[in-house]
Write a protein that binds this ligand. Structure first.
Ligand code: SF4
Ligand code: SF4
Length: 409
């Protein structure tokens, strides 16, 4: 695509990158076919090609409107369009650049700013979040059904006694998952232990930075990311850590993008590259081990819930963001789990970070569509690999939702 980006912006690293990405798009529109918001709204400007065009116009000097901002806000950042695009357009990076420029030019309304501020304060403060969660869980029995399903029941953490192994991974707990679903990380520790890998956890852990990033608080996101990089590198240098892992693919993809986000930061570019290169999904490590060691597979099979039928929902961050397609499913099948295929597994469930709060109607419609496809195959359990999808799916169904690692316990 021909571009005519303003000279001032072309002098910046973001300008150079945006220009490169825009020029790689041939405007064919194939991406619209798999875009969930285009499917729901049928408006060119609510699909990837239209959003690319809106960003192009803004970077070429046209003043964006609140409507431009809304079309960009409605994007789930699910990256389904990147999986579909034959030209390899890096849409999500262009969207990050475009959103930042539009947000500078179109001030957010007071209610939007208040909502963003409250969400960041709530989710980034563990004591506040834990207190509210505990209060919600206490009153859960008397809450209306919809609200009840949105607040997970209090679950006891699985007991686990740490054993030393030569192989070590740095397991990052993240911000809200330890309070909401403490058993997920313990499931990872138990399974890694069966495979002779020790999980090391940082003493303090904060958000991966994606929450602030989603809520357009870029400076806050960069501060959090730099703190994480410094903390994690200190541990990695002290111990022989072979990989960084998280049990939420939404956070995993954010860590993979540290290198891209800090590429032009002279103090952090190299460090960020190292951290991103070390990130591995737990399934990548497990798949490698069971490929080469039949005994390891046997140990997984012994404990898996093979007799139950499972519908596995692959999060967008896993299948489109990290391009891990069909990574977890073969592990579950080899471990004896019965997987039920269902339609439209490539589409987002509507969770998408804080999207389920900021774009409630679209998010709910995507949830209804996803659950209707899943429920047609009548699974006993729905499994997934990201806390956001996990809670969002559970908020719309009585069928229990679990993290896939819990199926191997
Ligand atoms: S992003 Fe890719 S699929 Fe979409 S219009 Fe551009 S080249 Fe075509
Ligand atoms: S990221 Fe998802 S919602 Fe956004 S344009 Fe691409 S396919 Fe559509």
């Amino acid at each position: 695509m021909k571009t005519n980006i303003s000279n001032d912006f072309l002098q910046t690293p973001e300008g150079v990158e945006a220009n490169r990405i825009l020029r790689s798009c041939v405007h064919c529109g194939f991406c619209n076919a798999t875009c969930p918001t285009y499917q729901l709204l049928g408006d060119e400007l609510d699909g990837p090609r239209g959003r690319i065009y809106l960003i192009k116009q803004t970077l070429e000097g046209k003043t964006p409107s609140r409507q431009t901002q809304l079309h960009l806000d409605r994007c789930l950042t699910c990256r389904n369009c990147e999986s579909t695009c034959p030209s390899g357009v890096n849409y999500s990076q262009l969207l990050n650049i475009g959103r930042a420029v539009v947000n500078q030019k179109v001030p957010r309304s007071l209610p939007q700013r208040l909502l963003g501020f409250s969400l960041r304060k709530l989710f980034l403060s563990r004591p506040v979040f834990s207190l509210l969660l505990k209060s919600g869980q206490l009153f859960r029995p008397v809450l209306p059904a919809a609200l009840k399903r949105a607040i997970p029941e209090k679950e006891a953490a699985l007991s686990f006694s740490r054993k030393m192994h030569d192989r070590k991974v740095l397991l990052i707990p993240g911000c809200v998952q330890p309070a909401l679903k403490p058993q997920i990380d313990n499931a990872a520790k138990i399974i890694f232990d069966r495979l002779n890998i020790e999980c090391i956890e940082p003493e303090t852990s904060r958000c991966c930075g994606s929450l602030s990033h989603h809520l357009n608080a870029e400076d806050e996101a960069i501060t959090i990311i730099k703190n994480n990089i410094d903390n994690w590198l200190a541990i990695i240098e002290q111990q022989s850590i072979e990989a960084i892992c998280m049990t939420a693919s939404g956070c995993g993809v954010a860590i993979r993008e540290y290198a891209q986000l800090l590429a032009s930061d002279k103090d952090y570019a190299d460090k960020a590259r190292k951290i991103s290169a070390l990130y591995k999904e737990p399934a990548e490590i497990i798949a490698n081990i069971i490929e080469s060691d039949p005994q390891a597979l046997h140990r997984l099979r012994e404990n898996s819930c093979g007799e139950q039928s499972i519908a596995f929902h692959p999060p967008c961050t896993l299948q489109h963001g990290m391009q891990h397609k069909n990574l977890i499913e073969p592990i579950l099948q080899k471990a004896g789990v019965t997987l039920l295929p269902f339609n439209d597994t490539h589409l987002c469930c509507g969770s998408a970070g804080t999207y389920s709060i900021t774009q409630k109607d679209l998010s709910q419609q995507l949830l209804i569509n996803k659950l209707s496809n899943i429920e047609k195959v009548k699974p006993e359990i729905i499994a997934t690999a990201n806390i956001g999808c996990h809670l969002h799916l559970q908020s719309g169904t009585e069928t229990p939702v679990k993290h896939w690692l819990e199926l191997l316990l």
